[in-house]
Design a protein around this ligand. Structure first.
Ligand SMILES: [Zn+2]
Length: 417
């Protein structure tokens, strides 16, 4: 699990790397996944060196070859692939034409990466790193039986087992010679001690954990209920218990079973949260506090100036932010379109004149979903993002009455006309 410091450091590196643009297609990104052989990557880069000798432009060729050379010699420093894999960025970062400044950035990700990438482009490939630091809600999972306990997490769709504990609680049949009363007391004692130990281990895993949304507890029979009633967890954690469920299995199987059975609990929780956020928005709207904003243009403006506390965006918004660009003079214009409009524009591009240079060289440049554009904008300004489904009446209203985009503001301000 990534702590907040490594998350912060990685996010600073990502910000720095995403700011770098090559003058030409000459920036090399290499992702070596955890467990993948470095020598194979090295071979691939050598092959790429061969291909790069065919690049027409002399300066681009020189820079790409230089970037690959740096990457290969950096890889030689690693006898083995680091435990979480390795990411290398290499290329000419000089912004002066004709001047070459080849730099190499290397990092060992704080969590295992599973993608293998080689790309030579005008920018570095950083999306897989971004995914690593995306803040995902975490649920703590606990399965308790009389003789064992399993502790795990649910993060996104990933279930991870953190620990499996076994007790010294003696079985039901006693050894000969022991009085049954004494034996029952011993069993009771041992069970209590085990519960305390589970509590301690559980606290150790979760007390400091960020983004812990809730705790789900499973197990057969009454043992789990006794554990909950016994208050063996830290009280802050105790307050995060979302429910207990009957399960049969332990360890990985048990965790999977628990998550399957918890589906309703988690769905209800998501719906409740959506409703709460929508209610906050409506409250601000009625208050005329100026802390409610809606509509694409208005919300984009407030996002850009860092005024948004929480961005509300409907899952049903199916639009794109597209840049129409002139290949001749570089003129560009950003527009928001749906799928149909985009097709219509694509059909007309060949007869579209550039408003600046009047050439017929217009094409579609960057294309990104509105949801992604807004979410990234929000992230860069530390605004919260709430994706709102249309499962609730409030959610449908967001889509129908407000175009699917709204915001609760930190401070009010003049909206753009
Ligand atoms: Zn033009």
């Amino acid at each position: 699990m990534m702590d907040s410091r490594s998350r912060h450091e990685l996010s600073k590196q990502i910000e720095f790397l995403s700011g770098i643009r090559g003058r030409h297609t000459e920036l090399v990104s290499v992702y070596v996944p955890a467990g993948y052989e470095i020598s194979k990557v090295m071979q691939q880069l050598k092959d790429e060196q061969g291909t790069a000798t065919n690049i027409k432009s002399k300066s681009t060729r020189k820079n790409v070859l230089g970037a690959l050379e740096r990457a290969v010699s950096h890889l030689r420093l690693f006898p083995n692939t680091p435990p979480n894999g390795l990411v290398i960025f290499s290329g000419n970062i000089s912004d002066k034409e004709g001047v070459s400044d080849i730099q190499l950035f290397s990092l060992e990700p704080p969590e295992p990466i599973s993608v293998r990438i080689y790309r030579c482009d005008q920018e570095f490939v950083i999306d897989p790193l971004k995914e690593l630091i995306e803040e995902k809600d975490i649920y703590a999972l606990l399965i308790i039986e009389r003789n064992e306990a399993t502790i795990g997490t649910l993060k996104g769709k990933n279930i991870e087992m953190l620990e499996h504990l076994t007790s010294g609680v003696p079985g039901k049949s006693r050894a000969g010679g022991q009085s049954s009363v004494r034996f029952a007391r011993l069993r009771e004692e041992a069970a209590k001690e085990f519960n305390e130990r589970i509590g301690e281990h559980f606290n150790r895993h979760f007390q400091e954990m960020e983004h812990l949304k809730g705790i789900i507890i499973g197990g057969p029979g009454m043992t789990k209920d006794k554990f909950v009633e016994g208050g063996h967890m830290h009280y802050e954690l105790q307050n995060k218990i979302l429910g207990t469920l009957d399960t049969v299995y332990t360890e990985e199987y048990g965790l999977r079973e628990l998550v399957e059975k918890a589906e309703d609990i988690l769905a209800d929780l998501a719906i409740t949260e959506e409703k709460k956020i929508m209610e906050r928005f409506f409250k601000e709207l009625i208050n005329e506090s100026g802390l409610a904003a809606y509509g694409e243009k208005e919300v984009r403006h407030f996002l850009t100036i860092g005024a948004v506390d929480t961005l509300l965006i409907s899952e049903d918004v199916e639009k794109y932010r597209v840049t129409i660009r002139c290949e001749n003079c570089g003129y560009g214009k950003e527009i928001t379109v749906d799928e149909n409009k985009l097709k219509e524009i694509e059909g007309k591009l060949s007869s579209m004149k550039c408003p600046d240079c009047e050439n017929l060289r217009m094409h579609i440049g960057e294309k990104v979903s509105l949801e992604k554009e807004f979410s990234e904008l929000a992230e860069s300004m530390n605004s919260e993002v709430a994706l709102i489904s249309t499962e609730t009446e409030e959610g449908r209203q967001l889509m129908l009455a407000f175009g699917g985009i709204a915001a609760i503001l930190r401070f009010s301000g003049e909206a753009p006309v």
